[in-house]
Design a protein around this ligand. Structure first.
Ligand code: C5P
Length: 249
């Protein structure tokens, strides 16, 4: 699947809730309450390692929530391929790998992804330029593009990008066709928490994001906003504005 297949997505389908919890009881409450109002749920290493990947995924499938397994695979091709196959067979919508695991490992993931979308993480936004130069010999903005190009050559469906990477990535014609999934989203009414380089939902969509990963602004909205469903309604409206702005450009 490529970017061209997802232009029809409605605003609500573009929201992926970051399910940063560590138990099935809280998972159940959130998925039951919110799954009809968003595109899916990002489950990460905390929940998958606290409860177990098959248990979490099978449980969420029974509840009806689409799953992005944020497992950030990084290993030799045989292992990445086998882990991707195991996850895909559980029935999930998206899986990710670190682009730094190399082209052969990403290709192994692509071969084994089944019906899931395979996304590549470029440079973690927790790394400073100094870290990036020490690790990869280049500042982050340059290394993101290198990793994105290699991921594209390996055949991935999309990239996990910091919002600040979107403009440079989308300037490259080949990379434009990839699906872009973006965390670091903060509506104007939400506190920044520990996020440093944020965009609002509207801004991220205008910059070319396809899916937005959003956690705390939905799970713990400010009192003035109301419930998680009230937060989703506001975010959906903001995404709609972004889509209108994007198409009128
Ligand atoms: O609560 P918040 O909206 O900040 O959650 C964002 C989610 O996206 C968290 O699960 C966080 O770990 C993840 N993430 C991120 N920045 C990245 C990569 C992942 O915030 N660069």
């Amino acid at each position: 699947m490529s970017q061209s297949n997802i232009t029809h997505l409605s605003p609500k389908e573009r929201i992926l809730i970051a399910l940063d919890v560590d138990n099935l009881a809280r998972t159940t409450t959130l998925v039951e309450a919110l799954s009809d109002h968003v595109g899916g749920f990002k489950v990460g290493l905390e929940l998958l390692n606290s409860v177990g990947a098959p248990q979490v995924i099978q449980h969420m499938n029974r509840l009806g929530g689409h799953i992005f397994a944020d497992v950030k695979l990084h290993d030799i091709p045989q292992t990445v391929g086998a882990a991707t196959r195991a996850l895909s067979s559980l029935g999930i919508k998206m899986i990710n790998v670190h682009a730094s695991c190399g082209k052969a490992s990403m290709e192994a993931a692509v071969e084994n992804k089944g019906q899931a979308l395979l996304l590549a993480v470029t440079v973690l936004t927790s790394l400073t330029d100094e870290d990036c130069i020490r690790l990869y010999g280049k500042p982050a903005a340059e290394k993101v593009l290198d990793f994105a190009k290699e991921a594209h050559e390996a055949g991935v469906d999309g990239l996990i990008c910091a919002a600040s990477d979107l403009e440079a990535v989308n300037r490259d014609e080949a990379l434009k066709s990839l699906i872009k999934v973006t965390p670091g989203i903060r509506p104007e009414w939400a506190p920044s928490d520990d996020q440093k380089r944020m965009l609002t939902p509207r801004e991220a969509i205008v910059q070319g994001a396809d899916y937005l990963v959003i956690g705390r602004p939905i799970l713990n909205p400010p009192a003035g906003v109301g419930s998680p469903l009230d937060a989703i309604a506001r975010i959906t409206e903001d995404i709609q504005k972004g889509l209108e702005e994007r198409t009128s450009r």
